[in-house]
Design a protein around this ligand. Structure first.
Ligand code: DON
Length: 596
């Protein structure tokens, strides 16, 4: 959690500087029983939320961006605007999501990427659903114990060329666009190419992020050359151009995925690897394929979640958590000790399974049907004592750990009601800190998401078992949780997902619970204080001032230990409301929701 919390502290500091979203702002319209936009079915009224007195956000009016037709919410207002530009040019939500994704690789290089991977959940207005997994794979030369060998630097799974898995983003985004998009790829990529070629006024997030990570970058001359023009990070609002990246984007726009996985880009990646002990080869790149997977469909109190199956743990762990909570007819009030106890206990149990039973289904057996069944949830619920905390070691678990933070999420809805939820990552902020010389993009440090050192916590404090050990060609377990929620009549309600390592799972599901169970507006659902439990460390992670003192005392009396963070999770979401859509970027961070 150390790195993640440092990132969050920076993120919290940034929120004050973040530019306001560009689209029209209107007082948050209530989602009402009479909602009839696009013939959409009615959804229940929102209720007023109540937060602790000291909490940094007040509930109530405002906060989200409203637009009647379409919406993109992401961690960069410029990238959201790129998505809207493409929809106005005739593209659908998939074209817009891909445009936003490539634009994020330019405007948010700490997280948006060409050199990482991710997942997209797609739901077309005609009812078709699909998910695409473009998670990185371990290079062919990777071995289970590669980070345990004598002489290998202790941070080799996080910083430097050995930290990178084979990138998947370009393969995934182009495959999604080819299958569901309407426009030519080159048109969809035009805004990103323009932003890289002509430059853009550096956002505060970029400037501060680069300054924060400058020591890591200093080790890699190609990174210094790409991101510290003239020797320093771009000043706030200074024009930041990325000519090498623009050329890489043009090669992709011209040739599709082969423009990245073959030819000049592949040559440049291999050369970068050879400079400093990396192991990704041209063969690794040529063999990379994204995987279309059946969505994990989770019924919850009449609503339906469409979410990501393994190799992301996100959908499975959210399903397990919500299934446990569904065994209670109604949930206790938001913010109460009883609610926080149920929520923390459900997460704790779901994470025991996540950490020990999930991995790449091409390599290990994943008991997905059992873990996501309502019957299994009832068995887990029986282990929750109403007024007492159960330490993680007392829960039945397999041998997690005994055998052998930068991400970004964007949510897109178009005027026809097609929707895309995409989360991509480089893992740590600016990934491995290695930029591919001459190609202008950073490589990920996703190898740390394997159980790289079995039994030891990874950068997010997760302790995982052999299911997630390294093997050539294997995908590392992820927590990314892009999710689309349908209302009880099957209408599109919410498009949501997050950044933040394992807190992605808890943050995404809490926004869903806030909307579905607590009937909050989107803005309140996002502003509400969050909690997190990942089984180990055996503590409830809370946001500073997010629990009322009396609630905290009650939980402590039940046996809870707390870890406190300035901010938890970076969520970007779009929700249907009367007459259109609300979009909101994470109020604890930076970004923009743009619509029309
Ligand atoms: O796939 C995962 O679960 C992690 N690589 C995500 C990392 C992350 O969210 C860091 N960001 N803020």
């Amino acid at each position: 959690m150390r790195h993640a919390s440092r990132a969050f502290a920076a993120v919290a500091a940034l929120s004050a500087l973040a530019a306001a979203p560009a689209a029209c702002r209107a007082p948050a319209p209530a989602t009402g029983a009479a909602a009839g936009a696009f013939g959409a079915p009615a959804i229940p009224e929102r209720r007023a939320a109540s937060f602790p007195e000291e909490w940094r956000f007040s509930p109530g009016e405002g906060g989200a961006t409203f637009a009647p037709h379409a919406m993109v919410a992401s961690n960069s207002a410029l990238a959201s605007a790129a998505g809207v530009e493409i929809m106005k040019a005739g593209g659908n939500a998939v074209d817009a999501a891909v445009a936003t994704g490539f634009a994020l690789a330019v405007t948010l290089p700490g997280a948006g990427n060409l050199g990482g991977g991710g997942f997209s959940v797609i739901r077309m207005a005609d009812g078709r659903t699909a998910t695409i997994d473009y998670r990185e794979t371990a290079p062919l030369a990777a071995t289970r114990d590669m980070y345990l060998r004598p002489g290998v630097a202790p941070d080799a799974s996080v910083t430097g060329p050995l930290a990178s898995g084979v990138p998947g983003s370009v393969a995934g985004l182009t495959a999604a666009q080819a299958r569901f998009g309407r426009l030519p790829l080159a048109r969809v990529m035009a805004p990103a190419i323009r932003l890289a070629e002509e430059g853009f006024a550096a956002e505060s997030s970029l400037m501060l992020g680069l300054r924060r990570d400058s020591a890591r970058f200093a080790r890699y001359p190609s990174s210094v050359a790409a991101f510290f023009p003239g020797g320093s990070a771009p000043a706030y609002r200074a024009r930041f151009r990325q000519p090498d990246l623009a050329r890489t984007l043009r090669r992709i726009a011209d040739r599709g995925a082969p423009g990245f996985y073959e030819g000049e880009t592949a040559t440049l990646v291999e050369a970068e690897m050879k400079r400093d002990g990396g192991i990704i080869t041209r063969e690794d790149l040529a063999r990379y394929r994204p995987v279309w997977r059946d969505a994990l469909v989770v019924p919850y109190r009449g609503y339906t979640l469409i979410t990501m199956p393994p190799v992301s743990s996100g959908g499975t762990t959210i399903a397990e958590t919500l299934n446990i909570l569904e065994t209670y007819d109604t949930l206790p009030p938001f913010g109460s000790a009883a609610y926080t106890h149920l929520l923390g206990s459900a997460y704790q149990r779901a994470f025991v399974d996540r950490n020990s039973k999930l991995g790449d289904p091409a390599f290990v057996r994943v008991p997905l049907a059992e873990l996501t069944s309502k019957a299994y949830a009832r068995r887990l619920r029986a282990t929750i004592e109403p007024a007492r905390y159960t330490p993680t070691r007392a829960l039945p678990q397999t041998a997690a750990g005994n055998e052998k933070s930068e991400t970004t999420h964007y949510s897109v809805v178009d005027a026809d009601g097609n929707a895309v939820a995409t989360t991509t990552t480089l893992n740590n902020g600016f990934g491995s800190a290695v930029t591919v010389g001459g190609a202008g993009f950073l490589l990920n440090d996703e190898m740390d998401d394997f159980a790289a050192r079995p039994g030891q916590p990874n950068m997010f404090g997760l302790i995982e078992g052999g299911q997630n050990e390294i093997a050539p060609g294997k995908r590392m377990l992820s927590s990314m949780s892009p999710t689309i929620v349908l209302d009880p009549r099957g209408g599109l309600l919410l498009v949501v997902g997050a950044a933040g390592g394992p807190t992605i799972i808890t943050g995404t599901s809490q926004v869903i619970l806030n909307v579905v169970d607590h009937r909050m507006s989107l803005a309140d659902a996002m502003r509400a204080p969050r909690v997190h439990h990942q089984a180990l460390p055996d503590s409830l992670v809370v946001e500073r001032t997010g629990l009322r003192p009396a609630v905290r005392d009650s939980l402590a009396a039940m046996g809870y230990h707390f870890l406190e963070r300035d901010a938890l999770v970076n969520v970007n979401a779009v929700m249907r409301v009367r007459g259109g859509w609300e979009g909101m970027h994470e109020p604890r961070s930076f970004g923009g929701a743009v619509g029309y």
